[in-house]
Write a protein that binds this ligand. Structure first.
Ligand SMILES: Nc1ncnc2c1ncn2[C@@H]1O[C@H](COP(=O)(O)OP(=O)(O)OP(=O)(O)O)[C@@H](O)[C@H]1O
Ligand code: SF4
Ligand SMILES: [Mg+2]
Length: 322
């Protein structure tokens, strides 16, 4: 049984200007102990997908179709009180995008950790739990008495990770946890996530726009484009044999430090609006391989380790290589 299985998931925002199709038919599954990266450009629906998994979509958004099955239980069918008591923070926890800048400025780290434990009627020794959780994310215990403004960006990110881990979840969704941090701190946070994976067997779902970053810690990658996963496979497969033209363009865009090619390759053009996405392939306007058939919505063509949503792979697992 997969640890987490998402089928036909649609999560929309019902705004005054129309329906924004933030997540528009997403499918994937991961097994116990595997970690997943969700990668794509800004506004492609990454945070919406994370929030939908956590049943925390912001108004005016909601899940409109599909299922999210966690260890065999369809969590989209649970009432919010059942989800809160059985799943939220206990099985799935999330470090929301920008959470480190949303720490309450008037409370110390310790008070904020204490409050979460009290809210969840934590039964053990609260002081011990606070020390353990700070140590777990590599923070000195003296941090507990500090206010958020007395912490560096990296420390604040560790604090919000510690908060998310307080109730020992099996799955941690981390939405852009390294954005706005310098390269050194970024690699320290990635090392911390790796350590949590290794030592605690925690499943990480890392949401990022940075394909190079995600490859360091995830077993599987979903490439997201305009509300859909256009390619889903193992990390190794995505790197060795990127199939979707968008994945190929993203890989091309990674700066190659060890070669003479120092040119930055951008993916030309911009994604379609999620208010009225095209009926056919959503990458059509930017694709160098576009064909007549691409005016029709491509289905998911199975590949060795996943799928690709592109007509080039109809009846075949081969296609153009970068
Ligand atoms: N609360 C909201 N109300 C209305 N529309 C929203 C809301 N949150 C997100 N959206 C819209 O949903 C779409 C997907 O946004 P989302 O934040 O999921 O993208 P993202 O991939 O996480 O982007 P980024 O990389 O910039 O964080 C965008 O068009 C966005 O404007
Ligand atoms: S379906 Fe067509 S337009 Fe879309 S990515 Fe594939 S080749 Fe390009
Ligand atoms: Mg986001």
């Amino acid at each position: 049984m997969p640890k987490l299985k998402v089928s036909g998931l649609k999560a929309y925002y019902f705004t005054d200007n129309g329906i924004i199709r933030g997540v528009d038919g997403v499918n994937f599954e991961i097994s116990e102990g595997q970690s997943l990266g969700i990668v794509g450009e800004s506004a492609c629906g990454k945070s919406t997908l994370g929030a939908a998994l956590m049943q925390s979509m912001q108004s005016p958004g909601r899940i409109v179709e599909g299922s999210i099955t966690l260890e065999g239980d369809n969590i989209t069918k649970m009432s919010s009180s059942e989800f809160d008591s059985r799943v939220r923070w206990k099985k799935i926890a999330m470090v929301f995008q920008g959470a480190m800048n949303a720490l309450d400025p008037v409370y110390t780290v310790e008070s904020q950790l204490r409050e979460i434990l009290a809210e969840h009627h934590y039964q053990g020794k609260i002081d011990d739990k606070i020390s353990e959780s700070l140590q777990q994310v590599g923070l000195d215990l003296s941090i507990a008495k500090r206010y958020p403004h007395e912490l560096s960006g990296g420390m604040k990110q560790r604090v919000v990770i510690a908060m998310a881990l307080l109730l020992n979840p099996d799955i941690l969704i981390a939405d852009e946890p390294t954005t706005a941090l310098d390269m050194v701190v970024q690699s320290q946070i990635i090392s911390l996530l790796k350590k949590l994976q290794k030592e605690r067997g925690i499943t990480i779902i890392l949401i990022t726009h940075d394909l190079a970053l995600v490859s360091q810690i995830t077993d599987k990658i979903g490439i997201m484009y305009a509300g859909q996963l256009v390619e889903f496979s193992t990390t190794k497969d995505i790197y060795k044999k990127p199939r979707h033209p968008y994945t190929q363009a993203l890989i091309e865009a990674i700066p190659r430090l060890r070669t003479k090619d120092k040119k930055i390759h951008f993916v030309k053009g911009s994604p379609p609006s999620l208010l009225s996405p095209p009926l056919g392939c959503r990458f059509l306007d930017r694709c160098v391989h576009a064909m007549d058939v691409c005016k029709r919505d491509p289905p998911e063509f199975q590949t060795e380790a996943g799928y690709v949503r592109c007509w080039l792979y109809e009846g075949s697992t081969e296609g153009p290589q970068p």
